[in-house]
Design a protein. Structure first.
Length: 253
């Protein structure tokens, strides 16, 4: 997912809905997926905001992926009052997305085509994390952008704490544009103990987050496993990055 660091600060362009939405609509994500990802490996994210996956409460399959609308993106940039300021796009990759640096080059080219002045800055993730956890965060306006890989978790609360909550609410990356609101939502959700009630509340929040373009979901990427001829069956845990579930291995008889 594309992360808008320090977007809670009004000095950042990414605090504005119009600017965030423009960044989402300026990119032909379908073309990127066709170029980089076989269908067995990844698919466009759908179901709402980037922290919602098919294994997450609040997931809504009716919420379709954001679509490529370059002309609309240019209009939104004007509405946001964008005047060509240089946008910092931090370029790093993790073990789960080694291709990301190359993907980011393509994303940046789409943004430039829309009229956005993008500087792609190579960096290691450890530096980004240190900037994010600093108080105050050590990112400079007008915008600081990166791509991260959230784990798919059945409960959204863990991911909210990592990616969205403000530091004052116990968050790590604090990448949501309105810390007070998301901290309040988190407190509310922790008091909902019935799973059906929590799912319904999360669906409403999901719709709101989807409409706000608080972050841009990119795709759901599968980890590719291989089993040798001596293995009859194996069921790694769906939605987990590193739960290999070796206890499910069944040998051929």
């Amino acid at each position: 997912m594309i992360v808008f660091f320090k977007s809670y600060d009004p000095a950042f362009l990414t605090n504005k809905l119009e600017f965030r939405k423009a960044l989402a609509l300026a990119v032909d994500w379908d073309a990127i997926f066709k170029a980089f990802y076989p269908k067995e490996v990844a698919s466009r994210h759908e179901g709402g905001g980037p922290l919602f996956s098919p294994v997450t409460l609040g997931y809504d399959p009716a919420l379709r992926p954001y679509q490529y609308q370059p002309d609309e993106a240019k209009k939104l940039l004007q509405q946001a009052g964008y005047k060509g300021e240089k946008i910092t796009f931090w370029n790093y990759a993790l073990s789960y997305n080694p291709e990301q640096r190359e993907v980011n080059e393509v994303v940046a080219s789409y943004w430039r085509a829309a009229g956005i002045n993008v500087e792609l800055v190579p960096v290691e993730f450890g530096i980004i994390r240190s900037k994010a956890v600093a108080r105050p965060q050590a990112f400079d306006p007008p915008a600081a952008i990166g791509v991260n890989v959230p784990a798919a978790r059945p409960s959204l609360l863990g991911n909210m704490r990592v990616w969205m909550l403000g530091h004052e609410g116990g968050g790590t990356f604090a990448a949501y544009w309105n810390s007070e609101k998301i901290n309040r939502y988190f407190t509310e959700l922790t008091s909902v103990v019935d799973e059906k009630d929590r799912d319904q509340r999360l669906r409403k929040i999901n719709q709101e987050l989807y409409d706000e373009y608080w972050s841009v979901p990119i795709g759901i990427v599968n980890l590719v496993y291989a089993a040798g001829p001596k293995v009859a069956d194996w069921q790694p845990t769906n939605g987990a990055l590193d739960d290999y579930a070796f206890e499910t291995l069944a040998p051929k008889r």
